[in-house]
Write a protein of this length. Structure first.
Length: 120
């Protein structure tokens, strides 16, 4: 078994797509993650990692939010561009948002009394 874990900041707002075969929603999130060391010139090195999330989970993410994702490793090949090098992505089984929710989202999603309006 190969499990990958990545932590970084989302580089753009997520775009929900639908799997043509299953009809289920998914999104490819791209995060930027700084390495712990610098190059010879002192520049900080950043890696960009793609993460596939299923379902409506991507709706809770926004550009710049910090998240941690873990899941299986998947190699991506580009049949229409054979000269392009293969890439990889993480097929997320777990995603944890490390940034606090945006003020306008937290006010809408959780009433002040802590009860869900639908349950009341």
């Amino acid at each position: 078994m190969l499990k990958m874990i990545a932590i970084g900041n989302l580089t753009g707002d997520p775009v929900l797509k639908t799997n043509e075969e299953t009809g289920k929603p998914y999104a490819i999130l791209r995060i930027a993650s700084d390495r712990r060391y610098r190059d010879k010139e002192g520049n900080r090195l950043t890696d960009f990692i793609s993460i596939k999330v299923r379902g409506p989970l991507a709706e809770f993410a926004w550009k710049g939010c910090k998240l941690a994702a873990s899941g299986d490793f998947e190699t991506i090949t580009f049949a229409d561009e054979p000269e392009r090098q293969p890439g990889f992505l993480i097929k997320a089984t777990e995603v944890e948002f490390l940034s606090p929710r945006r003020v306008e989202e937290s006010a809408v999603s959780m009433p002040a009394d802590g009860m869900d309006e639908a349950a009341a």
